[in-house]
Ligand binder design. Structure first.
Ligand SMILES: Cc1cc2nc3c(=O)[nH]c(=O)nc-3n(C[C@H](O)[C@H](O)[C@H](O)COP(=O)(O)OP(=O)(O)OC[C@H]3O[C@@H](n4cnc5c(N)ncnc54)[C@H](O)[C@@H]3O)c2cc1C
Length: 455
């Protein structure tokens, strides 16, 4: 097992480089027996013990100050393909899995856009993706089996025959055990068709009222400072012929890689935030319009939207935070959110320089801490290039979201307070806290990030 001790220097542990952690040990085991040894040997491998995949989270959820980081990179084998499932080790890259399934005429039952993430992390944390008929909004909900090393240093095999335990493990955030193997449900490949409309924000509620939500995926882009929005719907369709794949890939690459780089360049070249924000809004809105003309109504395969990686320099990346809101009246929430952004800009001079996104996720009680457990939701994904003023904005944004019935995603909502977590997740969080305390009495796996949230 490779091991490094990297305490003093610190290491970056998230996508945009905003989370620096100072673990005592960083280890890269190859076998489950080594994982067990790490968990059992408290002296050699101090707490907190956190497994990491590709360290592409946007919060501090992977930090392990003074503790042990387990790099799962050697657990990278796809173990078994079935007609209805695939079994993989936890360090397998989701993009590699998507491609391997694609070659067999299969796909995951969720549609990830950014594939440089690990099977182990998405199996046990909250995530949100565009859904449509037969396609769920959370990858963790498609997990039908999981193998873990629990804090007692023993192996635990959770299968579909233990639905309650699976329900807990799908949102266990590495706090109940280190995941070393995952079985995902898979299905035959299907395609999708998108339709997009651009509009003034004033027309949004009318446009959204026309969507019945029944199996239709919805993605919304909101430009609070330009009074504009784009609505995108996605329908699942049968794949009959091979289709050209580059347009959906281009869209995913454009949004995840190019737009942040352009926004960061703007920040350097145009010092006035007022001017910069307006120009960027116009540029992005026009780019979305042009793209709509190119790709409207074409059938594409789901796997085409999954990006292998995003090779942008750290300075050219963006960041985001996420909350979920009941889908009923979401257009009203958008109105309030826009008013909040405008007021915040007037009071503090800060505005997010990237548009805000929202995704429809249908009711999904498959995990205990699912943000969509009680009904259909829209996630509100607030994007920014970060920098001065962003963290202060996040504190007020969290207050706004919490006060308006928002539910946080524990690993994807930045600067979340315990009160806001409890308010959003309610009794389910209390249940999880109790379970965690029973399973991990000596706080082997809990970190400074999770401890305030889940006690
Ligand atoms: C460009 C970009 C686009 C993105 N788009 C989306 C998106 O559309 N939707 C979305 O939901 N997210 C998105 N994300 C966020 C990202 O997909 C998730 O945060 C994902 O979980 C990161 O995977 P990772 O392997 O890098 O996990 P890490 O950051 O390495 O770990 C994440 C968490 O999981 C824990 N963990 C990791 N492996 C294990 C294991 N084996 N056992 C137990 N615990 C473990 C870690 O300790 C940590 O708490 C995006 C991120 C980027 C950078």
């Amino acid at each position: 097992m490779e091991a490094t001790i990297d305490g003093r220097k610190g290491m970056s542990i998230n996508w945009e480089g905003s989370a620096i952690t100072r673990p005592r040990m960083v280890v890269k085991p190859e076998r489950v027996s080594e994982l067990i040894d790490i968990i059992k040997n408290e002296k050699k491998y101090p707490a907190p013990v956190r497994a990491v995949g590709f360290q592409h989270s946007i919060t501090r959820c992977a930090v392990a100050d003074g503790g042990t980081i387990i790099d799962m990179g050697n657990f990278n084998r796809i173990l078994e393909f079935g007609q209805r499932h695939v079994r993989v080790q936890a360090g397998v890259r989701i993009y590699d899995l998507v491609k391997a399934l694609d070659a067999r005429g299969l796909q995951l039952c969720a549609c990830p856009e950014f594939g440089d993430i690990s099977a182990g992390s998405v199996a046990c944390t909250s995530n949100r993706y565009i859904s449509s008929r037969g396609i769920l909004g959370q990858i963790s909900s498609t997990v039908v089996g999981m193998k873990l090393v629990i804090p007692q240093g023993t192996k635990l095999n959770v299968t579909a025959k233990q639905p309650d335990m699976l329900n807990v493990m799908r949102s266990s955030f590495g706090l109940l055990g280190i995941v070393y193997e995952v079985t995902f449900a898979v299905r035959e490949k299907i395609g999708f068709v998108v339709k997009r409309w651009q509009m003034d924000l004033d027309d949004l509620s009318l446009a959204m009222a026309g969507l019945n939500g029944d199996g239709i995926g919805v993605r919304l882009t909101v430009y609070p400072f330009s009074n504009k929005a784009q609505l995108e719907t996605r329908h699942s369709v049968k794949l009959e012929t091979a289709t050209r794949q580059w347009k959906p890939t281009l869209r995913a690459w454009g949004w995840n890689c190019l737009v942040p780089l352009v926004a960061q360049l703007f920040k350097r070249l145009v010092p006035s935030s007022r001017l910069r924000g307006k120009q960027l809004d116009i540029l992005l809105f026009q780019a979305q319009k042009m793209f709509t003309r190119m790709s409207q109504d074409r059938i594409a395969e789901m796997s085409a939207v999954c990006l292998p990686r995003c090779r942008m320099p750290k300075w050219g990346r963006c960041t985001y935070t996420t909350w979920a809101f009941p889908a009923d009246d979401f257009s009203l929430l958008v109105e309030k959110y826009v008013a909040f952004c405008l007021q915040y800009k007037r009071d503090h001079g800060f505005r997010c320089d990237l548009p805000t996104k929202a995704l429809f996720v249908p009711k999904d009680p498959a995990s205990l801490l699912s943000y969509a457990a009680d009904g259909d939701v829209f996630t509100l994904d607030v994007f920014s290039t970060g920098g001065k003023g962003w963290e202060d904005f996040l504190i007020d944004l969290n207050r706004f979201c919490s006060a308006n019935g928002g539910v946080p995603l524990l690993n994807q909502t930045k600067l979340l307070s315990q009160r806001q977590a409890v308010r959003g997740l309610g009794r389910k969080l209390v249940t999880f806290k109790r379970l965690r305390r029973n399973v991990d009495r000596h706080d082997r796996l809990s970190s400074t990030f999770y401890q305030p949230l889940v006690g």
